[in-house]
Design a protein around this ligand. Structure first.
Ligand code: SAM
Length: 240
């Protein structure tokens, strides 16, 4: 990481209320590994160092706003792709037991190798689809949190995530700007899946000032057994 990149990382962290100096070496290593991995396979469209630092690292860490991911928690990162937000969160919050999930094996292979290389023994990557894991007794209602970034619309995320959460657990969805219609559809879907919309925080990504929204849904009762519906249906035919 260049000195300019290092300064950007610290500035982004400061704007989120995080002191990232102790983690700067880990993020420099993550940057190098992501670039190496991207040269071999399609991991991320971002190539420039400032973009990776702000739009992957700092953007992932913005999921920590509000303290919803503080403490010893079992967390699924649903649709982790190249490990976002799972890897930045696991670097900064070692108490999290993080399960990055993706349906694409080569992405999970990359995340596993990267976590091992960074010495992150709190990361437990898993190949799978949320629609299947939600009906697997080893995963249904087993997690304290589901965190998600850039995977689907809010109603689909709610249907895919709530079955994985224990009652009392939270879905923390980091999104760009969200329309009132998407929010309302998400709220209604939460009602069907056994949850309530708990918090909606609009904020700006540090330095770039792009609009972001953190949507938090709390599970308040068990999800009906028929959810999630079969593969692809939650995204293609949302309940609302
Ligand atoms: N969360 C990452 C990020 O913010 O950079 C990756 C986002 S990428 C646009 C979406 C990822 O979600 C893809 O890697 C895809 O394979 C995965 N995905 C989509 N639907 C999924 C599902 N139902 N179950 C598991 N993974 C899924």
């Amino acid at each position: 990481m260049t000195p300019e990149g290092h300064a950007l990382l610290l500035q982004g962290g400061r704007e989120l209320g995080l002191e990232l100096t102790p983690y700067a070496d880990a993020f420099a290593r993550l940057l190098a590994l992501l670039r190496e991995g991207s040269a071999r396979m399609n991991l991320t469209a971002l190539r420039e160092e400032p973009d990776i630092i702000l739009k992957h690292f700092v953007d992932s860490l913005s999921c920590l706003r509000g303290g919803f991911l503080d403490g010893e928690l079992r967390v699924v990162d649903l649709g982790t792709g190249a490990g976002f937000p799972a890897l930045p969160l696991s670097i900064v919050q070692p108490l999290l037991q993080m399960v990055p999930v993706d349906s694409t094996r080569k992405k999970i292979d990359y995340v596993s190798a990267t976590a091992a290389s960074l010495g992150l023994n709190n990361v437990h990557p898993l190949v799978g689809r949320a629609e299947a894991l939600g009906h697997d007794a080893a995963h249904r209602e087993r997690y304290d949190r589901v965190v998600v970034r850039a995977v689907a619309s809010l109603p689909a995320l709610v249907e895919l995530s709530l079955p994985l959460l224990r009652v009392g657990g939270l879905l923390v969805a980091q999104k760009g700007p969200i329309t009132p219609d998407e929010l309302e559809a998400g709220r209604k879907t939460a009602g069907v899946l056994g949850g309530v919309l708990e918090d909606v925080q609009a904020f700006e990504l540090p330095v770039l000032n792009e609009a972001r929204t953190l949507v938090v849904v709390r599970k308040t009762r068990p999800s009906p057994g028929k959810y999630p519906r079969r593969e692809g249906v939650p995204a293609k035919q949302p309940l609302f």
